[in-house]
Design a protein around this ligand. Structure first.
Ligand SMILES: [Zn+2]
Length: 219
């Protein structure tokens, strides 16, 4: 459930500031307590696992508007697991404290509130109050059942944050695609159109070449 043996490509593609990195914004604590996931403003931010909304609040430490969801005790990971999206768009929340939420539910949209220097979701997972690196957890939420190499989207049933990121960037670039986190036939068609336009191999596999074309400013 924790670290994946591969996947550095996915990390450099879409984590703009890694967990534990020197802080790029002021606030308490020593290192970066989450990962910064590049996403355009307006991108839908979703809940990573079933839980209950703990609170929606404005951080006094630069996090801007924050959604905080409690997932309770998670096997292997630990007790009292909480996830947070920061820099959310003010007024975009479609949930409130006390709401039960399911994996994949939309919570709000990406904003740039607080001390956000660019468009990103500062995403945290805390276990009993201690921040842990969300990246390998997110990666494995998506890929553990398939055993695929992290960082590559393959053209069959695949659900999760990597699919949503791919979809959101294609939509941002004007392709007709739903941002629903499911890498189904519609998404694959849009990826093929994009690959064709870019002169890439048209196979609907979102690997290093396609990620580079999709997110050229990273990595
Ligand atoms: Zn951050």
């Amino acid at each position: 459930m924790f670290l994946s043996p591969t996947g550095s490509y996915g990390m450099r593609s879409w984590v703009s500031n890694a967990f534990g990195a020197p802080r790029n914004h002021p606030g308490p604590g020593r290192g970066h307590a989450g990962v910064d996931l590049t996403a355009p403003v307006g991108h839908q931010l979703r809940n990573i696992q079933d839980g209950t909304v703990k609170r929606i609040y404005h951080s006094p430490y630069g996090g801007g508007w924050v959604s905080e969801v409690s997932h309770g005790d998670v096997p292997v990971l630990g007790r009292d697991v909480v996830s947070r999206h920061m820099h959310c768009k003010e007024g975009s929340f479609v949930v409130e404290g006390g709401d039960d939420v399911f994996e994949g539910d939309i919570l709000c949209t990406q904003g740039a509130t607080g001390n956000a220097l660019d468009d990103h979701d500062h995403f945290e997972i805390r276990v009993s109050g201690q921040p842990v690196d969300p990246w390998p957890l997110l990666a494995d939420f998506q890929y553990s059942s398939h055993g695929l190499e992290v960082g590559t989207l393959y053209p069959y049933w695949s659900i999760g944050p990597m699919a949503r990121l791919c979809q959101s960037f294609l939509q941002y670039r004007g392709y007709d695609i739903a941002v629903d986190g499911v890498y189904g036939p519609g998404s694959q068609g849009a990826v093929k159109d994009f690959q064709r336009d870019q002169g890439l191999i048209v196979d609907a596999i979102v690997g290093p070449m396609t990620w580079d074309a999709l997110i050229p400013n990273l990595g």
